[in-house]
Write a protein that binds this ligand. Structure first.
Ligand code: ATP
Ligand code: MG
Length: 349
C-alpha cells in the first residue's frame, strides 16, 4: 500500500539529506527537510565507508530536523551499481521475480549471487521471431547496499526500500506531463563525485548512466593546478570573480577546463543513448544537485548537447509545509533536494 508519509534519504559523498513528504487528499506536502555535511572519506564516491560516522551524522540529522518517523527510502548510486537496457525472453510479470537471476547472470559485471537485481519493463519487442521484454536491468552489489542499510540501522532507522537514485531524480525533477514533451528529456543530477543521468519519455526511464565525476573533480583540478588548499579552491570555484586578477583569471581558466571535461562526459553519454536507441533528439536537459550550480555549466551543456537546459524544481509540485526552514532557505536547498524528494515520492505512488 502506498505510504501516507515517507522520508527519502540521500547519503551523498559530501552531505546527507532527507525529505519527509505527506500526502493528503491528493496533495503532497514537504513536511521536513534536513541536511548535514559529512567529512571527506566517510562516504567515498557515493558508497558508505565509515558506517559509524554516517550513523552519527544521521542521528544528528534526525534530532535537528525533527523527522516524525524512522522508516526511510534509501537512494543508491555509485560505481557498484550497474544499469543497462536488455531484452529477456517474455514471461508473465509473476514469474519475472524468480527467474530474473537466471536470465541475466551472464550480463552482469559481478557474480549474480552477490547482486541485488531489479528489472524495469519498458516494452515488448520481437527478437528473432520470439516475444521479448525490453527493460532496464539494475544490479547493485549486495555488500554495498547492506553497508548503507547497516549505517542506517546503527542510527535506529529502518530502510523500507532501497531505490536507484537516478529514478528518484527523474520523479522529482523530470517533466512528466506527456503533453509538455515531444521527445526524450535528460535529467542530470551533479553531485560531489557522482553524476546521475537519466533519459526518459513521459516519466518512463529509457537510459541510465552513473558517472563517477562531479563538482569535487573541478575543485580537485584547481587544487592540483594552482597548488592551493581544498577550502580555498572550493571558495574560488564558487566565486572566481571575487579574487583579484591575475589569480582570478588563472582560476577561471582551470575551472573552465574542468567544466569542459565534465560536459564532454555528459555529452558522450547522451550521444551514446541517441546513437544506440535511434531516439528523436532531446527536447530538454534538466539539471539538479550541488555540482550543477557551477557558474556557466548550464550554458556549456546547452551548447554541447544542443538542447535547452533548465534547472529542475523539485518543490514545484509540493506544498511547502512547516518545514522549519525560512523561505530563503527553502530556495537555497531546492537545487539539492531532487534526490530525497524523489525517493519519498516513490514510496507514495
Ligand atoms: N554554488 C555552487 N557553485 C559551484 N559548486 C557548488 C555550489 N554549491 C555546491 N557546489 C558543489 O556541489 C558539490 C556537492 O553537491 P551535492 O551536495 O549534490 O553532492 P553529494 O550529494 O553530497 O555527493 P554525490 O551525489 O556525488 O555522492 C560539491 O562539489 C560542491 O563544491
Ligand atoms: Mg548526491
Amino acid at each position: 500500500m502506498a505510504a501516507r508519509t515517507a522520508i527519502g534519504l540521500d547519503i551523498g559523498t559530501s552531505s546527507i539529506r532527507a525529505a519527509q513528504l505527506t500526502v493528503s487528499k491528493g496533495a503532497v506536502t514537504l513536511d521536513r527537510f534536513g541536511q548535514v555535511a559529512i567529512p571527506p572519506g566517510v562516504v567515498r564516491d557515493g558508497e558508505v565507508i565509515d558506517s559509524d560516522a554516517v550513523a552519527e551524522a544521521l542521528k544528528h540529522l534526525w534530532s535537528s530536523a525533527k523527522f516524525s518517523q524512522k522508516d526511510v527510502v534509501l537512494g543508491i548510486s555509485n560505481q557498484k551499481v550497474f544499469v543497462r537496457q536488455v531484452d529477456i525472453p517474455w514471461m508473465p510479470a509473476g514469474e519475472l521475480k524468480n527467474s530474473l537471476k537466471f536470465q541475466v547472470a551472464d550480463l552482469l559485471p559481478m557474480p549474480v549471487e552477490e547482486a541485488v537485481l531489479d528489472f524495469v519493463v519498458l516494452n515488448e519487442v520481437m527478437n528473432e521471431g520470439a516475444r521479448h521484454l525490453r527493460g532496464l536491468l539494475v544490479a547493485a552489489s549486495q555488500d554495498m547496499v547492506l553497508g548503507s542499510i547497516r549505517a542506517c540501522q546503527k542510527a535506529g532507522l529502518k530502510v523500507t526500500t532501497a531505490d536507484l537514485t537516478p529514478f528518484a531524480v527523474l520523479r522529482a525533477a523530470g517533466t512528466t506531463d506527456p503533453m509538455g514533451l515531444s521527445g526524450p528529456e535528460a535529467v542530470v543530477d551533479v553531485g560531489a563525485r557522482v553524476t546521475n543521468i537519466v533519459v526518459h519519455e513521459g516519466g518512463v526511464p529509457q537510459f541510465v548512466r552513473i558517472l563517477l565525476l562531479g563538482g569535487d573533480d573541478v575543485t580537485g583540478a584547481i587544487v592540483e593546478r594552482l597548488g592551493i588548499s581544498a577550502v580555498e579552491a572550493e571558495r574560488l570555484k564558487r566565486s572566481p570573480g571575487a579574487l583579484s586578477s591575475p589569480a582570478a583569471a588563472d582560476a577561471r581558466r582551470v575551472v573552465d577546463a574542468a567544466l569542459a571535461e565534465f560536459v564532454d562526459e555528459v555529452r558522450g553519454s547522451v550521444d551514446y543513448f541517441l546513437a544506440t536507441s535511434g531516439s528523436r533528439p532531446l527536447t530538454r536537459l534538466v539539471l539538479s544537485g550541488g555540482g550543477s550550480l557551477a557558474d556557466g555549466l548550464a550554458q556549456r551543456l546547452a551548447t554541447a548537447v544542443r538542447t535547452q537546459v533548465e534547472y529542475g524544481r523539485p518543490f514545484s509540485r509540493l506544498t511547502i509545509g512547516k518545514t522549519g526552514l525560512a523561505a530563503q532557505q527553502v530556495q537555497l536547498v531546492e537545487p539539492l533536494a531532487a534526490v530525497p524528494v524523489g525517493l519519498a515520492m516513490g514510496a507514495m505512488s
